[in-house]
Structures are given as structure tokens and as C-alpha cells.
Design a protein around this ligand. Sequence first.
Ligand code: FPP
Length: 224
Amino acid sequence: MNPLKHVAIIMDGNGRWGLKYKNSRNSGHKAGLNTVEKIIKETIKNKINFLTLFAFSTENWKRPKKEVNYLFNLLENFLINRIEDLHKQNIKLKILGSKKFSSKLNKLLNNAEKKTSKNTKLQINLALNYGSKSELINAFKKIKKNKNNINEKNLSKNLQTKNIPDPDLLIRTGNTKRLSNFLLWQLAYSEIFFEKKLWPSFNEKDYNKIITEYKNIKRNFGKI
Ligand code: FPP
């Protein structure tokens, strides 16, 4: 059975779910947050140490302002209402991406990271305003002074995911098969599962089915 330390998820399909069932994309995002809560609980039950969630890409700024504002409001309320409980559950929150948000949201994010920084049960990496290509460019810029420094170990150390093991498993919901500029370096050897269900419809049973399937895969990392 394969060990499972790190699950990464592209939570796709909120907008389509919202339009289909509630006539608004934003209600899909609200429902998507309920799925986030369910999946966090299930991740703990499965004793997985790292969960990385793609919540907002650098490309998502191109969406209508009303939708972007709604998403950030949802996140602000999540941080205000849920951080104490996450902290009590020994969960550490880390933000991947560049924090170029309102000063209120930046402060909430910084406080949440600081408050939970010593927690050890589960680390949740929330990718916000995150893009993998720019993360890689920044890493190369940091190590460019000495070209002998350009090797796999050093590059990994200069990514925002430094000290985080690469994901063993990537799940993308929403019936779309692409990586969307998410953890391009880190996913080199991950097992990838594309799930037809839209994120708000994804549930514990679906998650556990994927985990069981993953655990039974023969992973050879290029060997035979
Ligand atoms: C992709 O669905 C989802 C997002 C861009 C936002 C993800 C946000 C959440 C799950 C809720 C907020 C989470 C936190 C932690 C506060 P989409 O809108 O691109 O779906 P579509 O492909 O149907 O348009």
C-alpha cells in the first residue's frame, strides 16, 4: 500500500454547480466551502499530513469584480469564524502565492499563519493568487548568482513549498483534465485523478474511493 502524506486538490466546478442548482455562480462558491470543510475532516481521519487547496489562481483576477469580491469575502469570513477551531484541532495554515490583497485580508492571513505555525496534525496549504510558472521564475532568480547552484534540490528549496513533500496525489474535480498552472514542478511524479463531479458535489465517499485506488497503484517513479 502506498503511503499518503500529501494530497493536492484543484477544486473546480463551483461556478457551474451554482448556475445549475441555484442560478448564481457565487452560490456555487459558498457550497464549495462546505466541501472544503468536509474534505479537511476526512483528511484528518485518513491521517494525511498535508492538504494543498487551489483556491484562487493568478488568472482568476480576470473574473467579474463581483465574483472576485464574493470569493474574498468568503475567505475573510472563513478566517474570522474558523481559525480558532482549526487551531484547536492542531491544524497549521500556510498560504502559497503572493499576498497582494486588501490590508484586512492580508492581516487575517498573516495572523492565521502566525497563530497556527507550530501546529502539527495537518498542514493546509491554501494556494491564493498562486501561479506555478511565476513561483518557478522567482526560484530561478533567487539562485541565479551561481549557476552551479541550479540543481533539483536547490530549486525545490527556493519554491514556496520548501519543506513540504511533493504531493503524492492530485485530485481535480469538475470534469476538466488540465493542471492550470498549479504546482508544475511539485507534481512531477504525483498520481493524478480527474473527477467528473463538480466540487460542491464531491463528498467524503468520493474522496475515500480515490484514496483507496491511489493506495493500490504500483508507483515506480520511473523504475520498473
Ligand atoms: C473553481 O471553480 C473554484 C474557485 C476559483 C474558487 C475555489 C473556492 C472555494 C472552494 C471556496 C472558498 C474556499 C475557501 C478556503 C475560503 P470555478 O468557479 O472555476 O468553476 P467553473 O469551472 O464551474 O466555472
